[in-house]
Design a protein around this ligand. Structure first.
Ligand code: ADP
Ligand code: ZN
Length: 443
C-alpha cells in the first residue's frame, strides 16, 4: 500500500530550468509576462493608469522584449499605495505578509499567495543546490526570522531541498557557536557582517572554526566585497557564496552564485532582469553597468513590473562554466543610495572596504565617520588591527601599517583620509544588516 501521507518528495536539485536553451527560456518568459501584465492591468489601478498614460495595453506585449514598453515602478510607489494598493489578489488568496527591513525609510509590506510561496521556496532551493548544499547537510539559518524575508525565505528553501534546517535566527551569538559545534552544522546562512561577528565569538570561546564541519557560507542581504570573501575564506574553512534578493521580488533567492563564484545566476524564469542607465532610464546592453531593474514573471499577490532596485551591477556576458544558461549578474557591491559625496567626489563604502582589506594586519571590522569642519568634509576611518600590533615594541610596524592604509584608501578613492587604528573587538558588531557609515555632516 502506498501511504501518500508518509511519502515525501523533495525538490530535485538539478532543475532543468537552469539549463534551458535560450530560445525556450525567452518563450517561457514571454508567456509568463503576457499573463502577469494582464493580471496587473486588470487588478492594480497604478499599472492600469500608468500604462494608459503611455498608450500601452496588455495586447502590445507580444514578446519578452516588449517589456521595455512598460512603465517603471519604484519603492515610492509601494509607499504611496501602502499597505495594499499594489496587491492583485483577494485577501482570501493571500497567505503571508512580509515587510522590508526599511534600510532606507518606512517599511513596505509585501504579500504572497500559496503559489508565490511555492515559487520562492523553489528558487531558494535552486540557490542552495547551486552552492552544493544537499540532503544530509545541516544548515544553521542565522538570518532574522519574522517580517524580514531572510529567515523564513531560507528556511523554506532548506526544507524544500530536504537538507536539515537549524532555525536559530539572528542573535545570541554564543549559543550560535555552541549549536554549530554540537550539531555539526555544515552550512551557515546570515549576513556577511554577522558572520564576522560569529568568527570573533568562536575565537573568544576557543573554538577553531576551521576544525568544525562547516564548509558553506550563504551570505547576502547587504553589499560585501571580493576582498571580504577572501578574508572570510582564509579565516575559516568555508566557501563563501553570494545570494541576492529583495522583498519586492519575494526575498532571498532572486539570484545566487554557483561553485564558480563568478556572478550570481538570476532565476530569470521568475524574475526578469534588465540594466538601465539610472538617469536616462535607457536600457543598456548586457555587459554594461547600471541600475538593476527586475520584473516578477509569476507573482500572483503582488506583481512587480520593471521595479527599479537601485542596486548597481551588470549582466555578465560570458557563458558560465557550470553550464547553467540563466544569465548572471555581477556581485552587487553598491546601491545608488549608498553613494557618499565627499568633497564633491563620489565614494562608495565598498571601495573603502576593498582598500582596507587589501592591507595585511587589518581585521575585517571598520567604520566610516564623516564630519564637516569649517565647511570641509572630513573622513575618519576606524579600523581594527591585529592585537600584536598594539604591543609597544613594534611602533614602527604600527606606523607603517597606518601609512599603508592611508595610501591604499587614497589610491582607490582619490582622497586623503584620517585612519584611526583600534584594538580588536572595539567597533560595533551587527546582527542583521550593518550600517558602517556614520554621517555627522549637516546638510
Ligand atoms: P531594504 O531595501 O529595506 O533593505 P530588503 O530587506 O528587501 O529591503 O533588502 C533588499 C536589498 O538588500 C537589495 O535591494 C540590495 O540592496 C541588498 N542586498 C540583498 N542581497 C544582497 C547581496 N547579495 N549583495 C548586495 N546587496 C544585497
Ligand atoms: Zn554558473
Amino acid at each position: 500500500m502506498n501511504d501518500s501521507v508518509l511519502s515525501t518528495s523533495y525538490f530535485n536539485p538539478i532543475s532543468s530550468t537552469d539549463y534551458l536553451p535560450l530560445s525556450q527560456m525567452r518563450e517561457l518568459q514571454t508567456v509568463r509576462l503576457q499573463k502577469i501584465v494582464n493580471l496587473a492591468y486588470e487588478q492594480v489601478p497604478l499599472y492600469r493608469e500608468r500604462m494608459a498614460e503611455m498608450g500601452v495595453s496588455p495586447r502590445h506585449i507580444q514578446n519578452i522584449k516588449d517589456i521595455s514598453l512598460l512603465p517603471f515602478t519604484k519603492k515610492t510607489d509601494l509607499r504611496d499605495t501602502y499597505p495594499r494598493g499594489m496587491f492583485a489578489a483577494e485577501m482570501k488568496e493571500i497567505v503571508r505578509f512580509h515587510a522590508s527591513s526599511g534600510t532606507t525609510g518606512k517599511p513596505i509590506v509585501v504579500a504572497y499567495t500559496q503559489s508565490d510561496l511555492d515559487v520562492w521556496r523553489e528558487v531558494v532551493a535552486r540557490s542552495l543546490a547551486s552552492f552544493g548544499v544537499q540532503r544530509g547537510d545541516i544548515v544553521q539559518n542565522a538570518y532574522g526570522y519574522g517580517l524580514f524575508t531572510g529567515g523564513l525565505g531560507l528556511h523554506m528553501g532548506i526544507e524544500c531541498l530536504g537538507a536539515t534546517v537549524v532555525p536559530v535566527s539572528v542573535g545570541n551569538t554564543e549559543r550560535q557557536i555552541m549549536l554549530m559545534r554540537d550539531l555539526g552544522s555544515t552550512a551557515i546562512s546570515c549576513t556577511p557582517s554577522y558572520f564576522l561577528h560569529l568568527i570573533d565569538q568562536a575565537m573568544s570561546m576557543g573554538v577553531d572554526m576551521r576544525e568544525l564541519p562547516l564548509r558553506i557560507g550563504i551570505f547576502g542581504a547587504e553589499p560585501w566585497t571580493e576582498a571580504m570573501r577572501a578574508r572570510v575564506e582564509q579565516m575559516t574553512s568555508i566557501k563563501a557564496y553570494d545570494i541576492y534578493g529583495l522583498s519586492e521580488m519575494a526575498g532571498p533567492g532572486v539570484g545566487a552564485e554557483c561553485y564558480c563564484q563568478d556572478g550570481m545566476h538570476i532565476f530569470e524564469d521568475h524574475f526578469y532582469p534588465e540594466i538601465i542607465h539610472p538617469e536616462t532610464l535607457e536600457v543598456l546592453p548586457d555587459g554594461e553597468e547600471g541600475e538593476l531593474v527586475l520584473s516578477t514573471l509569476s507573482k500572483r499577490a503582488m506583481p512587480m513590473l520593471r521595479y527599479r532596485t537601485r542596486d548597481i551591477t551588470k549582466i555578465e556576458t560570458s557563458p558560465c562554466p557550470c553550464g547553467r544558461t540563466i544569465r548572471r549578474i555581477h556581485r552587487i557591491s553598491r546601491r545608488s543610495d549608498d553613494m557618499l559625496i565627499i568633497r564633491g567626489i563620489n565614494v562608495f563604502p565598498s571601495q573603502i572596504e576593498t582598500a582596507i582589506m587589501r592591507v595585511e594586519g587589518t581585521l575585517p571590522h571598520y567604520q566610516i565617520i564623516l564630519t564637516r569642519v569649517g565647511g570641509l568634509d572630513q573622513v575618519e576611518i576606524k579600523v581594527e588591527i591585529d592585537s600584536e600590533l598594539f604591543d609597544g615594541d613594534i611602533i614602527s610596524s604600527y606606523e607603517k601599517l597606518q601609512k599603508e592604509l592611508v595610501y591604499s584608501v587614497e589610491r582607490i578613492i582619490g582622497l586623503k583620509v584620517k585612519i584611526t587604528m583600534v584594538a580588536p573587538r572595539t567597533l560595533r558588531r551587527s546582527e542583521g544588516k550593518l550600517q558602517r557609515v556614520i554621517d555627522e555632516r549637516k546638510f
